[in-house]
Design a protein around this ligand. Structure first.
Ligand SMILES: [Mn+2]
Length: 322
């Protein structure tokens, strides 16, 4: 067992209350890891407090234990455990709460993670934070219930794009099989992850796909989700989740970008890449981070300004790469 694994286990043994935190705009990797760990702690007689930054990710309500999220305040002395984020600012309104905790543990797999907290269990090669947590739980000999297995499977399944991204290795598929044996239902999790979208989500996806722009021989594809598009579909910004996957399905693309207008002066970007272009490098000048193939940023600037800055830098990267 690695030194960090030993240290985390003895720290967990020595404490009672745990504030478990997923990142802002929580995905199934961050929240699934939180809920799987909460389940394991509870079975050991500990008190877990699962939290996510507002707004609650209602699309993840199928994850077992979701009903416990943001229910009870953790006592001030609780150990903070942060999941699936490369830097503390990914925790939005909970950042301060994490920084005030007497002890902070981190489980993460982001390329951009430079280390934070007191003990940081980071594997930048891991396909998902759920992979790191599953390995840790097995190394500690902790019993994994069907509920925890479901959360871990959802974490790994979605962070590999349904076992389709480049990070889908033999180990990842093996872990998926192990979790299915422990009680996770692959078809049900696939249904909940990718086939349970309301009509407004499809309509929003249609608008954003129709608005896509193609540049540089279709190697760059980009689109936007504006506040106006949301209101015309009756959709919320969380429903824009799957649009980047449609853009990145283009056969010729090396870079796909989706710009989201959160406010008149607040813009979010999602970047996906293939070949020589590295996503986390493209968003670094905007203060963002992530992985080689998937990264993002939130910028305090207008949609037009962020589009101008990132598209210009991307065109230059693509020109340099060809
Ligand atoms: Mn992740």
């Amino acid at each position: 067992m690695s030194d960090e694994l030993e240290r985390i286990r003895s720290l967990v043994d020595a404490h009672q209350d745990f504030l478990l935190v997923a990142h802002k705009d929580a995905d199934a990797d961050s929240l699934g890891s939180v809920l799987a760990f909460a389940d394991c702690l509870r079975r050991q007689g500990k008190a877990p407090y699962p939290w996510v930054p507002e707004p609650l990710p209602r699309g993840l309500s199928y994850l077992p234990g979701y009903g416990e999220v943001n229910r009870r305040q953790a006592p001030p002395g609780a150990v903070a455990v942060a999941f699936d984020a490369g830097s503390p600012d990914r925790f939005g309104n909970l950042r301060e709460r994490i920084e005030r905790a007497p002890l902070t543990l981190v489980f993460d797999h982001h390329t951009s993670n430079r280390g934070f907290g007191d003990v940081c269990l980071v594997d930048r090669e891991a396909a998902a934070t759920g992979v790191i947590l599953f390995r840790a739980l097995r190394a500690w000999g902790v019993e994994i219930t069907p509920e925890a297995a479901t959360n871990l499977y959802a974490a790994i399944f979605t962070d590999t794009g349904g076992f389709r991204h480049e990070n889908t290795s033999a180990e990842v598929l093996q872990l998926g099989a192990d979790l299915a044996e422990l009680g996770a239902d692959p078809a049900w999790i696939a249904l909940k992850s990718y086939k349970s979208r309301p009509r407004s989500t499809l309509q929003l996806q249609g608008l954003a796909t129709a608005a896509a722009r193609y540049e540089l021989g279709d190697r760059l594809v980009w689109s936007e989700v504006t506040l106006e598009m949301l209101s015309s579909c009756g959709a919320t910004m969380e429903e824009s989740e799957g649009i980047i996957d449609v853009l990145q399905s283009l056969d010729t693309m090396l870079c796909a970008i989706l710009f989201k207008q959160l406010d008149q002066d607040l813009t979010q970007v999602s970047v996906r890449t293939r070949g020589p272009i590295e996503a986390h490098r493209l968003v670094a000048p905007l203060g963002g981070g992530g992985h080689r193939r998937a990264a993002g940023a939130e910028v305090r600037a207008s949609l037009a300004e962020v589009e101008g800055r990132l598209l210009e830098a991307t065109r230059q990267s693509l020109a340099a790469a060809s």
